[in-house]
Design a protein around this ligand. Structure first.
Ligand code: HEM
Length: 188
């Protein structure tokens, strides 16, 4: 017991705090230290990703005109290809938001699709995963419009959906097969 009261006295003399206050402050400092250290983990100690780095080029690739079916190939399952999604037939490169739309992401069901109807209805129902917006109410169309504005602002438009049989043979940029001005290209 003597040793305890000696330590308690020493704490009070040296810190001006009661032993209880001293230990509370010390515990808080340990917690803060742990939290701050956790924010600066040595990159060498970070877990090595087990999958190949996802496709994220400096500039999104213009895809031009594709059918809804062809667009499916850009749902993120092939990490060497861009991740695309369409609203009102306009295709956007959503590769920068792989955490939303990539495999396992909360909105992966929209990837490689025209998700206009689902977005307008705020629905995750597979039957609404279509670009068909027939029969939507004015307020639902307004919701869709807001999504379109968000996408125009956030992502680069890289192409558009065309009816089957009219798409260009190639999936890569073909300046003659589409409107080559990306009107809503970010930061332009
Ligand atoms: C419980 C309901 C929901 C919650 C809590 C929720 C939450 C969120 C959050 C936190 C984000 C990230 C926002 C950001 O950082 O920019 C987000 C993004 C998004 N949400 Fe939801 N959400 C919900 C329902 C829905 C529904 C019903 C839809 C459509 C059917 C939807 C479609 C989206 C889309 C498309 C994005 C990504 C937008 C982008 O690319 O920036 N969400 N949501």
């Amino acid at each position: 017991m003597a040793i305890h009261s000696t330590i308690a006295e020493a704490i009070t003399v040296y810190t001006g705090l009661s032993p209880a206050a001293f230990f509370t402050v010390a515990a808080l400092m340990v917690v803060v230290y742990k939290v701050v250290c956790g924010m600066f983990v040595d990159p060498g100690q970070k877990a090595v990703p087990s999958v190949a780095p996802a496709y994220l080029p400096a500039e999104p690739t213009e895809i031009g005109e594709v059918t809804e079916e062809e667009l499916r190939g850009y749902d993120g399952s092939d990490s060497s290809k861009p991740l695309l999604m369409a609203i009102k037939g306009q295709i956007y490169d959503v590769s920068p938001s792989r955490m939303f739309y990539g495999p396992g992401g909360p909105y992966a069901l929209f990837a490689g699709r025209d998700a206009s109807r689902a977005l307008a209805l705020m629905s995750f129902d597979p039957k609404d995963l279509t670009g068909n917006i027939e029969g939507l109410s004015p307020s639902e169309l307004e919701v869709l419009q807001d999504w379109e504005y968000k996408f125009m602002e956030k992502y680069v438009k890289v192409g558009q959906i065309v009816a089957k049989g009219t798409s260009s043979d190639s999936h890569v940029a073909n300046p003659e097969s589409h409107d080559d001005s990306i009107e809503n290209k970010k930061n332009e």
